[in-house]
Design a protein around this ligand. Structure first.
Ligand code: ADP
Ligand code: MG
Length: 695
């Protein structure tokens, strides 16, 4: 070797004892190239050997471990495939182990070889029988089981077995784990009761007991979450120090004038949200707030309130929605509330005639336009605002850390941002994905709302349900949605399947009723006409794709049918159901499903059981598991290696608080004792969080 100092942790795995070139290659295939990678290839689980039993102490259906010696074995063909039976002499009797389609493990059997069996036994006279137990050979690979109560189970690749991995790890750990450098200052470790790195790596592979295992894991989970929270805290700091907004203040007069326009009293949670928003807007730092409120909780008026305060102060406000249908609905609402007021509200949509558009842009540029309502796609373009004070983004679901819309006005200041979402996000996810935002939460609905009765139904129940719907429309003049899922990616195809449903129903169950169709492929005019007809009651039944999923507000529509409900995610189902029960009458939602799998079954059960969006969000996360769509990746954050936002939600809170404290006490992490933390944070999240040149 050359005289250069080579970091031993970079040692290619094939040079480690017990690896060699063949296994080395196999490890490479699963991304384990160097000693360092092996150290951080944490066990995915452990074999719990704590419950060690003698033959006479065995019990049914609990994981237990027993030691004995191999007596004999045999194989037999069965309907379930080749069956392998192994008889192990445990002193006072025999334990019979059964495996199906796993005859290969027989290769390691030898008469009298001492083994340890771990599994759930069942008594079947005269044997205790274990199905697919974990078998561990004692004499060769692990004769020191006395000290290890938990054996690591690794994520494996073909050609490498658990006992190979354990052996490799036992060989390399003592030498290499001691070479790891600690990223946390010693004092920090003590203060936060974190296991030092070397000890933690040793313990996560071969914990002496449960306690060690838990503590070692905790250290790495904490570290992973803490590093991300550091990034978020720094991003927040940058936002505060680099951006400048104009303070926008309300006054008693402004407040009274705005409230006069609302036909109802604001709810407590609306009041709370408004006061938090006004608090932010009165500062010279741009507001960066997420308003999370369940479907139907009344977020729109909160946004309108904030926009009117901006307008009253002479600043422009923009209101963006994800779909044109929704944007137009907002335009309607605002125009209705502001009838004969001096506030100038302008629409900005695709498909506007060039002269019309030119006029509107002119009004925006001159400052004549006070409130601009449009779709995100249009507004986020190069629009020359004169003095943009506030941006409201409605129904932002996939609001990732990367994609915060950037709107600039000609003025020398940045606008305040208010982002609204009706997709309640579990707290631990919000803290992670929106960790640099302030969050207002609106729980509960405006008074007077009736419950929505939800049924999960089979196709056989359809006739009865259609009768019910028809009656409600005839007798109570109610209106109904029928939602058909996206059948294929192609929108043409959707339109076609919608038309089929239309044909069927208009010639069958709903002959004589006024039925409309709504899908993404229709022209703007057609969409608008249809929505207008539905709002005014001209259309009684609206057959639609999920274009009506978010935001649409037609209080007289109280009947919702969801077809092929198993295809929708939980939050989507909740959004769809949120279209009804918005008025004073009860709503009825029936979700038809024919072929649910286990997960969709669970989803549908949760959906029927509660209409609290926040509870559903927690359920959803549990069913999907963290790291799935609902988790962090869709928001632009790389997957976690060990942390799990469901299981580790308490550590999320802790890490977040600690990270904020640290960044506040050492701005920008300039202190040399934090250099390693800063480097690790930048390496992992610098680009993702767009942190630029930190310190
Ligand atoms: P979301 O939070 O889902 O966007 P909306 O803002 O569309 O909800 O409000 C849902 C319905 O509740 C609307 O018809 C709105 O007029 C009504 N609403 C909002 N606030 C109140 C209130 N304080 N009292 C009564 N009705 C309200
Ligand atoms: Mg809304």
């Amino acid at each position: 070797m050359s005289s250069e100092v080579i970091d031993p942790l970079l040692m290619p795995v094939q040079f480690l004892r017990g690896v060699g070139s063949l296994r080395g290659e196999r490890l490479n295939r699963i991304g384990i190239r160097r000693a360092f990678d092996l150290l951080f290839n944490f066990p995915r689980d452990y074999l719990d050997l704590t419950d060690r039993r003698e033959f006479k102490q065995l019990e049914s259906d609990k994981i237990q471990t027993i030691i004995g010696s191999i007596e004999s074995w045999e194989t037999r063909s069965t309907r379930r495939g080749q069956m392998l039976a192994l008889f192990v002499d445990c002193g006072d009797g025999f334990v019979k182990s059964l495996w199906f389609k796993m005859s290969f493990i027989m290769r390691d059997f030898a008469r009298s070889r001492r083994v340890m069996l771990t599994g759930k036994p069942k008594f079947d006279h005269p044997f205790w029988v274990m199905m697919h137990p974990q078998i561990t050979y004692l004499a060769d690979d692990e004769d020191d089981t006395g000290t290890n109560q938990f054996l690591p189970i690794y994520p494996l690749t073909e050609g490498i077995k658990q006992h190979h991995m354990r052996k490799i790890m036992r060989e390399m750990l003592p030498e290499y784990s001691s070479k790891l450098e600690e990223v946390f200052p010693q004092e920090f470790l003590t203060q936060h009761q974190l296991m030092p790195i070397t000890e933690a790596v040793n313990a996560i592979h071969f914990p002496a007991d449960k306690n060690e295992m838990v503590n070692a894991k905790r250290r790495f989970v904490y570290q992973e979450l803490f590093i991300l929270q550091l990034g978020l805290a720094i991003r927040r700091l940058q936002h505060r120090t680099r951006l400048q907004a104009v303070p926008i203040n309300s006054s008693r007069t402004i407040d009274v004038r705005i409230r006069q326009r609302f036909p109802f009293k604001l709810t407590d949670s609306q009041e709370q949200a408004i006061s938090e928003i006004l608090g932010d807007m009165s500062k010279a730092v741009p507001m960066n707030r997420l308003l999370q409120g369940d479907v139907g909780s009344g977020k729109t008026v909160v946004a309108i309130y904030a926009m009117l305060v901006a307008a009253a102060n002479g600043y422009q406000a923009v209101f963006m929605a994800p779909t044109e249908i929704l944007a137009r609905q907002h335009l309607h609402t605002i125009n209705r509330l502001l009838e004969s007021s001096r506030v100038n509200v302008v629409p900005l949509f695709g498909g506007q005639r060039p002269t019309e558009r030119a006029n509107i842009l002119q009004e925006i540029a001159s400052g004549a336009a006070d409130i601009i309502v449009g779709t995100q796609a249009i507004v986020a373009g190069e629009i020359p605002f004169q003095k943009l004070g506030l941006v409201v983004i409605d129904e932002q679901h996939k609001f990732g850390v990367m994609q915060r819309a950037v709107l600039k006005s000609n003025a020398k200041f940045d606008p305040h941002y208010l982002v609204m979402t009706a997709t309640p996000i579990p707290r631990s996810v919000a803290m992670t994905v929106f960790g640099d935002l302030d969050v207002s939460v609106m729980r509960g609905l405006p008074p007077g709302r009736q419950k929505v009765v939800t049924h999960i139904a089979n196709p056989e129940d359809r006739t009865k349900w259609w009768e019910f719907v028809a009656n409600k429309i005839r007798e109570n003049r109610w209106q109904a949605y029928i939602v058909v899922p996206l059948v294929e990616e192609s929108e043409n195809f959707d339109a076609q399947s919608l038309h089929e449903v239309y044909e069927q129903l208009s010639n069958g169950a709903f002959a004589g009723f006024k039925i409309g169709i709504l899908h993404g492929r229709m022209s703007t005019d057609e969409k608008e006409r249809t929505m207008f007809d539905f709002k005014t009651g001209e259309i009684e039944i609206l057959i639609a794709t999920t274009v009506i999923e978010v935001g649409v507000d037609v209080p007289n529509a109280n009947l919702m049918t969801i077809e092929s409900a198993e295809r929708f995610g939980l939050s989507q189902l909740h959004q769809l159901r949120g279209r009804i029960g918005r008025g004073k009458k009860a709503g009825y939602c029936t979700a038809f499903t024919s072929t649910p799998n286990e997960d969709s079954q669970k989803r549908l059960e949760a959906f029927a059981a509660t209409s609290d969006g926040f509870k559903l969000a927690e359920e959803d996360l549990k069913i999907r598991g963290a790291g799935d769509l609902f988790g962090t990746q869709q928001h632009g954050i790389p997957p976690f290696k060990i942390a799990d936002l469901v299981r580790d939600s308490l550590i999320v809170d802790e890490a977040r608080k600690d990270a904020i404290d640290l960044v506040n006490s050492d701005l920008g992490l300039a202190n040399t004792e934090h250099a390693k933390l800063r480097r690790q944070m930048l390496k992992r999240y610098g680009t993702v969080l767009n942190l630029g040149d930190v310190g």
